[in-house]
Ligand binder design. Structure first.
Ligand code: T5A
Length: 208
């Protein structure tokens, strides 16, 4: 049995992560790979319940510290209940967002990247993906895609100011620069099928 792999897709709002997760899963299944599609926050019963707490309600529903702890708790449950069992049976797990989202979104302002990594060590023993695919797209294009789909409606975190989302994008860029083995930046512009080909190229060395 070839080993299961844990692949995460990251990036800002509207970059095309969900679209590409589905396409990548289909491409892997066509190669007879057992694939589990999942997402964060969420991906297990407990984590989906926490997702609802995190993404709905007033902007100030949670303090930055409480918010970071909730994401870490959801992730601990997701890993334990969904990710590890799938990997154990040799499946590939594709997750729409994971730890790097917490580092980019919660690890600015009151909390540092080191704080988020400490929470991850406590919650999930510091568990990391085999590969993280960072979908990069110019801000206007990503906003345009999200707007075309959702209009002006957004969730508790997606609805934050553009300065916040710019800082998130800069943090993701930093991870790709500093963690080159794990985090691969992939151009998310152009037709979806072309982006999928780029993503497959970025995991080619992991394929059985
Ligand atoms: N969060 C999450 C944290 O703060 N900390 C954390 O630790 C975690 C895990 C989650 C929110 O939680 C935050 C980040 C987020 O704010 P979510 O509902 O899961 O929110 O949504 P997002 O992850 O932000 O994802 P989106 O749904 O906004 O965007 P996607 O998945 O990147 O994009 P997608 O695929 O839905 O595409 C958007 C639109 O563009 C079209 C699609 O059809 C769709 O309409 N599209 C394209 N159009 C043209 N060309 C292409 N190549 C296209 N690809 C897709």
């Amino acid at each position: 049995m070839s080993p299961g792999r844990f692949i995460t897709l990251e990036g800002g709002e509207g970059a095309g992560k969900s679209t590409q997760l589905r396409a990548l899963a289909a491409a892997l299944r066509a190669r007879a790979i057992d694939v589990v599609e999942t997402r964060e926050p969420g991906g297990s019963e407990g984590a989906e319940a926490i997702r609802a707490l995190l993404l709905t309600g007033r902007a100030d529903r949670w303090s930055p510290r409480a918010e970071a702890l909730l994401f870490a708790a959801a992730r601990a449950d997701h890993i334990e209940k969904t990710i590890r069992p799938a990997l154990k049976r040799g499946a590939w797990v594709l997750s729409d967002r994971f730890l790097d989202s917490s580092r980019a979104y919660q690890g600015q302002g009151e909390l540092t990247d080191a704080d988020i990594m400490t929470l991850h060590r406590i919650g999930s023993a510091g568990y990391l993906p085999d590969r993280t695919l960072l979908l990069t797209l110019p801000e206007e294009e990503a906003t345009g895609r999200a707007k075309a789909r959702d209009g002006d409606v957004s969730d508790r975190i997606g609805g934050r100011a553009s300065d916040f989302h710019r800082a998130v994008a800069n943090a993701f860029t930093r991870f790709a620069r500093d963690e080159t083995d794990r985090v691969h930046a992939v151009d998310a512009s152009g037709p979806a099928e072309v982006v999928t080909v780029r993503l497959l190229e970025a995991i080619e060395d992991l394929l059985p």
